[in-house]
Write a protein that binds this ligand. Structure first.
Ligand code: HEM
Length: 403
């Protein structure tokens, strides 16, 4: 008889955590968490262990030996993006991260990147502010983070529409793998000559830095640089797009919180961003894998078990947050789990925070009395995007008083 494992019994039926949107996902997660701090759930036709508390999710992120990021990313994003940071381990990961990520550190973001952000936010708002209503997802949130990345890389402004299309196709990889592979190929063909030119004649952009900097005496080769550049779109642009959409959705559906923010933007903007990411983290349910059989915190997990780190359940864990379901910008808490933890934690978190804070501030300044178009509450709700891991609103139909 084979030994018993955690997978012997499933805790919920009739929903697949890989594919199916659950409109009441927070209630489902709360019910499961009330029973036990983890659950066994259907996932892509098999069973997965879903971690539900702040303590377990945080511990699992930090335990790279038991749940190595590479085990999942080599299978999922590897074929499209190549061997990215997320597919690397140990020394190779340390060196690649050491070269690629210094520009995203807090001080560098403040001095080098922030000056880019405000003019870009204005540039996008200029395109629609002559009207008195718009869909902020179509007009702003989908565009701004892609343009930030594109300008950081120093790509020609004339190519931005094409770059935006590639970023879009890479994002929808699980729904249309062929388009994503094509986008990856086309982006690579486009960027290789730029990379070669910057090797010959470096400027002050991110690509020049990637070709000239080293860490622990090692430089990145072309393929390492290319995989990092490909990763920047799904990891850096789409996440930020969803985070901005989620915070705007939360504020627009909680007018009293929006009024508080407006009463003192200097005080409340950054807390609104952090609370938006706590309430609806863009990466809600992060898939991982457990390659080897292990007894982990009393859970007997067989080899090759899919794991799901539920950041969104951890963010509403009543052991950590009072009134966890309330969107309340006065909590003044930084929900760092939004960005993962441990060696593979987000390399761009300070960039993301700077982008989000600037965007929110400029949108509220430029669009006085910003509010949802009446009757649009359902359209503006946060929902699953491309499978259930990522969450954001499909649309944000808003109106404002024309100045
Ligand atoms: C609000 C926006 C963002 C969120 C919520 C977010 C979230 C995350 C999370 C949860 C991870 C860990 C994934 C894992 O452990 O499997 C991660 C990794 C990563 N993120 Fe972000 N991210 C955001 C913005 C950005 C930006 C703007 C960049 C641009 C530089 C970026 C670059 C990366 C990279 C390169 C990694 C991989 C790091 C590694 O494996 O060493 N992210 N992000």
């Amino acid at each position: 008889m084979s030994p018993t494992t955690v997978l012997d019994q499933v805790d919920i039926e009739g929903v697949d955590f890989a594919f199916q949107d659950d409109p009441d996902i927070h209630a489902t997660l709360a019910t499961l968490r009330a029973r036990r701090d983890y659950a066994v759930v259907p996932f892509a036709g098999v069973r997965a262990v879903l971690l539900l508390t702040d303590e377990l999710v945080s511990a699992a992120f930090k335990d790279e030996a038991t749940f190595p990021a590479a085990a999942i990313y080599q299978m999922t994003t590897g074929p499209v993006l190549g061997k990215t940071l997320q597919c690397m381990e140990g020394q190779e990961h340390r060196v690649a991260r050491g070269v690629a990520t210094p520009p995203f550190r807090r001080k560098m973001v403040a001095s080098q990147v922030e000056p880019l952000l405000e003019p870009l936010a204005h540039e996008l708002i200029d395109r629609f502010s002559g009207d008195d209503s718009a869909d902020l997802v179509a007009e702003f949130t989908t565009k701004y983070p892609v343009l930030v990345i594109s300008r950081l890389l120093g790509l020609p402004v004339a190519d931005e529409a094409t770059v935006h299309r590639w970023a879009h196709d890479l994002f929808y990889f699980p729904l249309d793998p062929e388009a994503a592979m094509r986008a990856s190929r086309e982006f690579t063909e486009y960027v290789v000559p730029i990379l070669q030119a910057r090797r010959r004649d470096p400027g002050d952009d991110l690509i020049s830095m990637l070709v000239t900097e080293s860490a622990e005496g090692e430089f990145l080769d072309d393929e390492q640089i290319l995989s990092f550049l490909r990763l920047l779109f799904p990891a850096g642009a789409d996440t930020t797009m969803l985070a901005l959409g989620n915070t705007l959705s939360a504020l627009l559906t909680h007018p009293e919180q929006l009024a508080l923010l407006r009463s003192d933007p200097d005080e409340w903007t950054q807390w609104a961003i952090w609370e938006g990411m706590r309430w609806e983290p863009p990466v809600g349910l992060l898939p991982r894998a457990c390659p080897r059989a292990v007894a982990w915190r009393g859970i007997s997990i067989p080899a090759l078990t899919p794991m799901i780190f539920s950041i969104n359940a951890a963010h509403r864990d009543p052991a950590v947050y009072e009134r966890p379901d309330d969107f309340d910008i006065t909590r003044r808490k930084t929900s760092m789990l939004s960005f993962g933890q441990g060696v593979h934690s987000c390399a761009g978190n300070w960039l993301a925070i700077a982008e989000l804070t600037t965007a929110l501030r400029v949108l509220l300044e430029r669009l006085p009395d910003l509010a949802l178009v009446q009757g649009s509450e359902d359209a503006a709700k946060v929902t699953s995007q491309v499978g259930v891991a990522l969450r954001g609103p499909n649309a944000l139909p808003v109106q404002w008083r024309r100045a």
